[in-house]
Design a binder for this molecule. Sequence first.
Ligand SMILES: NC(=O)c1ccc[n+]([C@@H]2O[C@H](COP(=O)([O-])OP(=O)(O)OC[C@H]3O[C@@H](n4cnc5c(N)ncnc54)[C@H](OP(=O)(O)O)[C@@H]3O)[C@@H](O)[C@H]2O)c1
Length: 325
Amino acid sequence: MRAVVCRSYGPPEDLVVDDDVADPTPGPGQLVVRVHAAAVNFPDVLLIAGKYQIKIPVPFTPGSELAGEVLDVGEGVSFVPGQRVSGTTFVGAFAEQALIHATAVTEIPEGADYASAAAFGVTYRTAYHALRSVAGVAPGDWVVVLGAAGGVGLAAVDLAVAMKARVLAAASSPEKLELCRQRGAEATIDYDREDLKSRIRELTGDAAKVVLDPVGGSYAEPALRGLARGGTFVTLGYAAGAIPSIPLNLVLLKGITVRGMEIRTFAEDRPEDSERDMRELTQLFADGVVRPYIGARFPLAEAAAALRFVADRKAIGKVVIDVTG
Ligand SMILES: NC(=O)c1ccc[n+]([C@@H]2O[C@H](COP(=O)([O-])OP(=O)(O)OC[C@H]3O[C@@H](n4cnc5c(N)ncnc54)[C@H](OP(=O)(O)O)[C@@H]3O)[C@@H](O)[C@H]2O)c1
């Protein structure tokens, strides 16, 4: 089969497309999916560079979310060949066939296409755990989302709107902010041109309850300073490259709660909350209440360009790789 292969850690341009990779065989509890669409996540860029929290030994095929049809199943798997499924895996999605644990797979609801199903996995889960189980967002709460037109960011906008929260979207360009407004954000801040802290306070009437931050860098501290007393700051990632250091006195003075959330450890540490969130999220997707915004699509042969697009801050919403017809 054809697969994208990372042979040595480096930039996307070092990836190769190999037409002669062995087809996978499912073991017990596993299945093989004929991949129709895979979606790009920022961590894919970090993984191929060898800069993620966990290092995958080379060679490996990157890609962590996919949708397609079941090709073959291992012992004890109840899915059947031909069934339309989507799933998340750590690596392996940027290929014509992917091996995946049955527990990480769900059936695609009627009316949803492969690209939407692939793009729904990681970012919506990240955003929903953060909003629902970590920040405990309630209807009417002001939620500030940084990097709001990115994968995790736009998922957070969509879900916070679905939860009837009031969304303040912060991003770096008018085009990105316009999309956030179209998706239901009530207010927006161009954080490369406006003062993030004072605009958060002005626009929310000093009532920002939650900040969701998948960006870090120089944006985290002013966003935290914009929170109202007793607010919650959720750190989700560092797409800007730098891990911010926050003066603790800011936390003390306003009684702020700072929390982190990472989907792998969340599922391990809080399995019941994780399962409940997944059930609710699956229902929201099946009912068509939320659908990921796909801003760009690339063929499998151009997977490197897709990863470069994300690494260069060009992506709006999700970037999808069309693998087979
Ligand atoms: N906690 C978890 O479990 C979890 C799960 C998935 C992802 N993540 C993390 O969340 C972060 C976002 O992931 P994603 O898939 O949503 O990425 P994405 O689609 O590329 O979005 C990241 C956003 O960060 C902003 N940004 C600011 N400076 C940037 C820079 N120098 N390079 C790239 N982007 C920059 C961009 O928005 P503006 O241009 O508007 O600033 C961009 O839209 C990543 O750090 C990822 O590792 C965490």
